[in-house]
Design a binder for this molecule. Structure first.
Ligand SMILES: [Zn+2]
Length: 271
């Protein structure tokens, strides 16, 4: 009986969180279904602490997106629609984490947990690095050629401030995972989250500098990775057309999860 009550409460908690996200304009209306799906998969696959981890990532993302939003909009690099994320973005960032949660239900163990933490740490690190990097006073450098400066918002552009942001975000996920007992060993959970998150975010920038579709706004002429800018379709200037930002996000969560698993394998004999 108590488990049924808990399950019903968890069901409504996921819906309430997704609804609050829509009402706060953190996601658009179509994003409601996508975030509820990710929420259910994580809550019922991984359990309540896993859901809290996703909620923390989401809150971090919203906070850093809205921080100095007006300045980022003047730069032409702010997230569109007042910062509201759409359903492809939500599935790109929450997809692997959802799969890992369902996987952990089927076969509980450290591997699906570490895949989940690596994926979420990557999404958190990448989001915070991107949003904080836009505020950097020094010009971003291209990750594949650090002597070359690129305009803010360029895919593959990196800043020291953005890197600090990715370390911070990964550590927040790691500390939360430790506090919630998702992985109980601090000598495992913190390296797993920081290595996974930082590797995933760097991998994201590497793809951004090489194969990601880069475009230019036909109205305001800023370089952008978005498919639409100023209400018009952007013109592709570089990269593979079908590798847009969400595809890069999916590949990066896979890379971050893989790096987290390598960390687990490397540390396991020592623990
Ligand atoms: Zn524009």
């Amino acid at each position: 009986m108590l488990t049924l009550v808990a399950a019903v409460a968890e069901f409504f908690l996921v819906l309430a969180f997704a609804l609050a996200a829509v009402l706060l304009n953190a996601i658009d209306a179509q994003g409601f279904l996508a975030s509820a799906m990710v929420g259910f998969a994580v809550m019922f696959g991984g359990g309540f602490p896993w859901f809290v981890i996703v909620a923390v990532f989401f809150t971090l993302g919203v906070a850093f997106t809205l921080y100095k939003y007006g300045y980022k909009r003047r730069l032409g690099s702010a997230q569109g629609k007042g910062g509201a994320r759409n359903w492809p973005h939500i599935l790109a960032n929450g997809g692997l984490a959802s799969i890992a949660a369902i996987w952990s239900l089927a076969s509980p163990g450290p591997v699906p947990t570490v895949v989940f933490l690596g994926a979420i740490s990557t999404s958190a690190a990448d989001t915070v690095a991107t949003e904080l990097g836009l505020l950097s006073e020094s010009q971003p450098k291209l990750i594949t050629n650090l002597s070359r400066s690129v305009p803010p918002g360029t895919s593959g552009g990196v800043t020291a401030l953005g890197f600090v942001g990715s370390v911070f975000a990964s550590l927040v996920i790691g500390v939360m995972a430790l506090a919630l007992g998702v992985l109980s060993d601090p000598y495992l959970v913190l390296p797993v989250c920081t290595v996974g998150g930082i590797f995933g975010a760097v991998f994201d920038s590497l793809l951004g500098a090489t194969i990601q579709r880069t475009g230019r706004c036909v109205v305001c002429l800023v370089p952008t990775e978005k498919l639409r800018h100023c209400g018009e379709k952007t013109k592709a200037t570089k990269g593979a057309r079908f590798i847009e930002n969400n595809v890069v996000n999916v590949l990066s969560t896979v890379a971050g999860a893989a790096a987290a698993c390598v960390t687990l394998a490397a540390l396991s004999p020592l623990l």
